[in-house]
Design a binder for this molecule. Structure first.
Ligand code: NAP
Length: 502
């Protein structure tokens, strides 16, 4: 139940910052750009690291690249004509984000080394009290742009603590660990492993690849842009915009199979099956690599060299589950011991149950983690009842399996900018979504998701432990755009500053 209001002291209603933004990846930088465009400078970006870039700063494993084309996987207000290739590699994406921070003069708003360790909503003062690695601070509004794939999740294997060799997660790759001539174990065969295994396999003595579930793989239609293409994209009026739109609409069409009519996924399924058959002649290996779920249920991966890498003589695909890890080996459930020098966790992230959810405490000291015990949910992926003045970027159910997340980020940031504008216009000190509005939104969302390809029987990181799909947007991205623009002020509870004496 809501707490009764108490009159705040004048000092209590004046936060140090109008807005505190967590993170300086695509989300944080985009939010900062939008605030500057709106003429605001009363914000701060809190970054735990010492450089901008988010996931593209952290994931520097060999072969790290994006599987969405560069001309779409970039900010609409910061177009780049000279992307070197269709699928940008991590260094180029990181350089792009650094350039965005410089070009729009965003660095002066960033506090590096300021990991947010706690965020408590002060109902009396109507602001967020933040505990950061760089000291405490207060802000009226907290924008969480920390990213859903920012917290690596290592495999929790029996005996792991005994392991005396080197080990690291793909998202915290330790380039100081030599792999040449070593016996390397890779656990996991998801989007990250698919990229780095082909890069490292030839340099190691032995690579044991532990697969729990195979993935559907499609070829990666990558190529470098030539001088003429780059020149044309820069100088021919409208061409770059048209090209970007073409990629967007081609990707958008995939929703028909993912959500509208999953039977349509048979087409890409046949393409995947043909690709596997063409690449892997050995029927035993092919069988091990054939998923037993519909294409799209888990993220579809793209690679031209994965299957070839798996057939190298020094690579063994292990599909028997791991029983335990010893000082210098991995033992499988059949008792087979494989000596191991280096263990690489390619085991993904806390896409659900992100540890930061336990650190953000709203009204009554209740944390997001407590509120989301049965699965994450928000209104339009952005607002959570019980958490006034908290705005999430890539919050629950805004992820995509078919198109560019940068589109979703920009759409959500524009929505947040409108919410902030509303607060300013109304001289409001708090904004909170009404609970029935959030509930109705999520009921409809879950109903739609229950008919999607993601609910056809596989287990994936798209799902919360409860089985609920809490990460994906079940529809066209332009529908998300439309819904965030159709602004009904009645959906939100606002409290005016004047009413609180501030
Ligand atoms: P992921 O797709 O979640 O893959 C994790 C892998 O580890 C899966 O094969 C999983 O098996 C396995 N695994 C997890 N825990 C395990 C355990 N305890 N024992 C054995 N195996 C275990 O993680 P990711 O590859 O890091 O990618 C995560 C997401 O990041 C992607 O889906 C994508 O959205 C994004 N990403 C994008 C790109 C790109 O744009 N190219 C690249 C990398 C990552 P199960 O399948 O059985 O769970």
């Amino acid at each position: 139940m809501d707490q009764p209001h108490r009159a705040p002291s004048p000092a209590a209603v004046a936060p140090e910052h109008g807005i505190a933004i967590i993170g300086t990846g695509f989300s944080g930088l985009c939010m900062a750009w939008a605030l500057r465009r709106a003429g605001r400078e009363d914000f701060v970006l809190l970054e735990r690291a010492h450089e901008v870039g988010g996931t593209w700063r952290d994931n520097h494993y060999p072969g790290a690249a994006c599987d969405v084309p560069s001309h779409l996987y970039s900010l609409s207000f910061a177009p780049k004509s000279d992307w070197s290739r269709v699928y940008p590699a991590q260094p180029e994406l990181l350089a792009y984000l650094r350039e965005v921070a410089d070009r729009f003069d965003l660095r002066r708003f960033i506090r590096f080394g300021h990991e947010v360790l706690g965020a408590d909503y002060d109902e009396h003062a109507q602001l967020w009290r933040l505990t950061t690695a760089g000291g405490p601070m207060t802000a009226r509004v907290l924008v969480a742009g920390n990213g859903p794939l920012a917290e690596p999740r290592a495999a929790d294997l029996p005996g792991l603590a005994r392991f005396a060799g080197a080990q690291f997660h793909s998202a915290t790759w330790d380039h100081a660990v030599p792999l040449a001539g070593k016996r390397v174990a890779v656990i996991g065969t998801g989007a990250s492993a698919v990229q780095f295994v082909p890069e490292i396999v030839d340099g190691v003595a032995q690579l044991d690849l532990y697969q729990r579930t195979p993935n559907w793989i499609l070829p990666r239609p990558d190529r470098a842009y030539g001088t003429l293409a780059k020149w044309s994209l820069r100088h021919v009026p409208g061409l770059r915009t048209l090209y970007r739109a073409g990629i967007y609409w081609r990707n958008e069409g995939r929703v028909l199979g993912f959500v509208v009519h999953p039977a349509l996924m048979r087409l890409p399924q046949r393409k995947c099956e043909k690709f596997l058959a063409a690449q892997v002649a050995d029927p035993v290996l092919r069988d091990k690599l054939t998923p037993r779920y519909a294409v799209g249920c888990k993220r579809v991966l793209i690679s031209n060299d994965w299957y070839a890498a798996l057939q190298r003589p020094n690579l063994e695909l292990v599909t028997t589950p791991i029983r335990e890890v010893t000082r210098d080996a991995i033992v499988d459930a059949d008792g087979r011991v494989r000596p191991t020098d280096v263990l690489i966790h390619a085991t993904g992230f806390y896409a659900t149950e992100n540890p930061i959810a336990a650190r953000i405490r709203g009204r009554g000291g209740v944390s997001l983690a407590q509120t989301w015990q049965d699965g994450e949910q928000a209104y339009l992926g952005t607002l959570v009842h019980g958490f006034p003045n908290l705005m999430l970027v890539i919050g629950p159910n805004t992820g995509l399996g078919h198109n560019s997340m940068v589109f979703m980020i920009e759409t959500q940031v524009a929505y947040i900018a409108r919410l902030l504008e509303l607060m300013q216009r109304e001289r409001a000190s708090t904004l909170e979504v009404h609970e029935p509005v959030q509930r109705a939104f999520n009921e409809a969302l879950q109903l739609k998701l229950s008919d999607s390809v993601w609910a056809t029987g596989c287990k994936s990181w798209y799902q919360h432990r409860s089985g609920k799909i809490t990460t994906l947007w079940p529809g066209f991205t332009f529908d998300f755009w439309r819904r965030t623009r159709a602004f009904d002020e009645g959906d939100y509870a606002l409290q005016r500053l004047s009413a609180r004496g501030g």
